[in-house]
Design a protein around this ligand. Structure first.
Ligand code: SAM
Length: 354
């Protein structure tokens, strides 16, 4: 997909922010997001025996791991890695199916299989996955998140399954109160654009989302994902620190969501290698007790939201969630709730601006 050098995003004239907003691209931002493997053209070929040889090699490398990574840092085991071999082949090989998985499959006709990457590249990618613990999502360039597929690459956090719940909380609110569906939303620290895109789909063209990130890579990848999902008239991606790019919408936001960096600095070194070695520190490290960015966003939300506006924040869970809830309750928010995630951990905090 080609990215325009300047994307003019026009907010609906009926909203309180009827402004033409420009997302600067290309000229000032040399970053071109990587195209995920499954979207690359089918310009390579291989034979069934060569593919099977590659698959056996990749599985053997996966099997050699055993439970080593699990014991080391709760990383992936052989079983998980073998499953990833199949996913990698599904993305790379046209029509990859159960028949091609059979090591006994014969190919008397010398069929040519079309591929999106050559076997040599797949060899390097799989070695990086196992030997350098490069996250699978960076290897294939995408993550299946909820019911959407998002492009990801180094420099952008891989969106986590639990974060889908932030979108679900917004969905529930919009179903209960149409004003929110027609409203103006902000997603602070948008990363791949996951939450902003999730909310953009809920608004069904009636409301708007401003998605902010300080990272150039995140802004480029989020913009690419927004375009791929056809939401460029709904989600406006802006570069900058937290509330800095939101001056024109101060006091007008109907909703504000964020999944900011919240891991305490001293826990970073203990993270799984896939996370600690490869995901951006600026997306993870929330300072001494993990609360630096959460508190900054809580404080800014008071003036950014209109009275009655809604917030939903993701936290590290437990004490952090309680702390954020207390903070909001003491600072002009009402109906503050802590919401548990799918694993039963109190993780999200919601509330309304008094
Ligand atoms: C935990 S990640 C969340 C990404 C995405 N929202 C998600 O849920 O997958 C936090 C994001 O905040 C961004 N970030 C960190 N500091 C920031 C700042 N001062 N202003 C804006 N974004 C910031 C990071 O670049 C990163 O993309």
């Amino acid at each position: 997909m080609m990215l325009r050098s300047w994307a003019m995003i026009r907010l609906a004239p009926t909203t309180t922010t009827a402004t033409n907003l420009c997302v600067r691209f290309g000229a000032s931002s040399p970053r071109k997001p990587r195209v995920p493997l499954f979207l690359r053209p089918l310009v390579y070929t291989t034979t069934i025996p060569d593919l099977q040889k590659w698959r056996s090699w990749a599985r053997n490398l996966a099997l050699s791991v055993g439970s080593k990574f699990v014991e080391l840092d709760n990383g992936p085991d052989s079983h998980t890695l073998c499953r990833e071999v199949e996913w990698l082949l599904e993305d790379a090989v046209e029509g990859y199916d159960a028949r091609l998985r059979q090591t006994t499959a014969t190919d008397s006709g010398g069929t040519c299989l079309r591929m999106r990457a050559g076997l040599g590249e797949l060899y390097c990618l799989w070695k990086e996955r196992v030997e350098q613990r490069r996250p699978f999502q960076y290897v294939v360039g995408c993550e299946h998140w909820g019911d959407i597929v998002l492009s990801v690459e180094e420099g952008v956090l891989i969106p986590r399954p639990e974060t889908v719940q932030v979108v679900e909380l917004v969905d529930q609110l919009c179903s209960a109160d149409q004003r929110f569906r027609e409203g103006l939303w902000a997603d602070l620290g948008t990363g791949s654009g996951a939450i902003a895109i999730g909310i953009g789909r809920i608004l069904k063209g009636r409301g708007r989302v401003v998605a902010v990130d300080l990272s150039d890579v995140a802004v480029a990848v989020a913009s690419y994902n927004v375009e791929r999902h056809g939401l460029q008239d709904i989600v406006d991606v802006r570069h900058g620190s937290w509330f800095d790019p939101l001056e024109d919408v101060q006091g007008k936001l109907d909703g504000l969501v964020s999944n900011p960096p919240y891991i305490p600095s001293d826990q970073i070194s203990g993270l799984q290698a896939e996370v600690g070695r490869h995901e951006p520190l600026s997306a993870l490290d929330g300072g001494q007790n993990g609360m630096d960015d959460l508190l900054c966003i809580c404080r800014g939300s008071v003036t950014a939201l209109r009275p009655g506006g809604f917030v939903a924040f993701e936290t590290n869970g437990g004490e952090q969630a309680d702390f954020v809830a207390n903070f909001l309750g003491r600072n002009n928010f009402c109906n503050v709730k802590v919401v548990t995630d799918f694993a039963g951990i109190p993780r999200f905090v919601t509330g309304f601006r008094s």
